[in-house]
Design a protein around this ligand. Sequence first.
Ligand code: NAP
Length: 526
Amino acid sequence: MTRLLDNHLAGRWQSGGGAGTALLDPVLGTELVRVSGAGLDLAEGYAFARDRGGAALRALTYAERAALLARIVELLQGKRDTWYDIALQNSGTTRNDSGADIDGAIYTLGQYARWGAKLGDARCLADGEPVKLGKDGAFQSAHFLVPQRGIALLINAFNFPAWGLWEKAAPALLSGVPVVVKPATATAWLTQQMVAEVIEAGVLPPGALSIVCGRSEGLIEALQPFDLVSFTGSADTARTICAHDNVLRHSIRVNAETDSLNSAVLGPDAAPGSEAFALMVKEVVREMTIKSGQKCTAIRRVLVPQAHAAAATEAIAAALAAVKVGNPRNEAVRMGALASRAQLSAVRDGLAALGREAQLAWAGSEADLVDVDPKVAACVMPHLLKVDDGDAATLAHDLEVFGPVATVVPYRDADHAFALARRGFGSLVASVFSDDTDFVARAAIEMAHAHGRLHVVTPAVGKSHTGHGNVMPMSLHGGPGRAGGGEELGGLRALGFYHQRSAVQAPVEVLAKLAEGAAPWQGGAG
Ligand code: NAP
């Protein structure tokens, strides 16, 4: 039997009971390690984090906590080869795709270290200037944000075991809030090893960082008033957590990042042969194939002018045909595996369902998989679908197939395109490809209410734009409705979730005294 990974709770390493759950190599099918959280005393672990970790973090200034993040960056940088090796084995990703997770995590941590340093010696944040309450101005009101005094329970999805941890832990720790991370079981190895590296180096105070692997039972029940939950995963699990009696009873703040039917819109001006058309094709193919399409931000719907639908479908299919899929250990391979055979079944089921209303425009043949046994590996070829009538389609706008799958949907005019994009009922991101500034500006505003982020690409930024699905820490990550209604990142805005905003009504000299220990809450990037 393979090694059982330990959990870190109550300031010590603890083994879960029983044989645990095996984590597998999704390409070779071999067992790698095991995880178990059975029998852990979560109440004790949370209490230790709250009391010891929280108090120690809050005793530091923002700049001191930012320095801790910078130390974590150094530690993680020093072991990049180890992280890449684990990702190769447990996530089945190519080096390039592992980079989106690992280097994305290190970059995001580094940004928060830099932004946090600018908050200096402050211990709370001042939100705006005091406002007079009485006639003479002696009694005023001012808003302050103070670090929350519970734990931040980070529940993460399987597709970003590194970035998913650190993009949340960075603003939480910078805010002075201790973190308990629960990685998705299938890929928990990388998260557990990164946490172990940081704990063993003694960078953080005891209780500031804990990890529970392999179980979800009891995680929510053990929460107390002022604890926070930052969840990433499916809409179904988000619903279970948000509707949990303990969450409702204590008004526990939950940030949910869930699934999303993101779209790319090709502008009416962008005819085949234009630069904007080529940029759209390139981006759709990239989004479908990075991490085998297992990205919450991936393009699922490609909205194109009716007159160009056939050409767009053909061009995307031609580019997909050039992507080698298979064992990421083979250097020719550009797209590796899905995270597990369970995910492969889910993708196959999703394709079968989508196929009832959409036509298959292109799919690679399994016979072309490189260096894998299709009966063992969780590999799937990209699938491009198309519908003729985007209004009549339902699943194309509603069913997230979490793999290398997208559907081309034709539109009549700009308003129709915006209406179709909104049929996702809230998405993380939409991108627009056009050389018409008026159109893209209008598109951004028309679609903003239903999207957390709009990614506008004109030929002028063809080489420099950061990618539709690439989540930059400077920009908000999250989306309304179907996308979970959450907000992460967006510079120092992310600290808002981990603070309590409170109005202090007091004599003006008291407010002046409080302001001396506060950094201005700008709500934006540092
Ligand atoms: P999932 O099944 O919802 O699981 C997410 C996490 O929740 C896992 O850690 C899981 O643990 C845990 N969990 C399951 N049931 C729970 C419960 N009752 N209480 C507490 N925790 C529970 O999602 P997934 O399959 O891992 O991830 C794929 C989905 O995530 C996709 O739909 C994707 O769109 C979405 N996603 C969204 C974002 C975003 O930022 N919006 C990012 C990445 C992924 P176990 O693994 O142990 O079951």
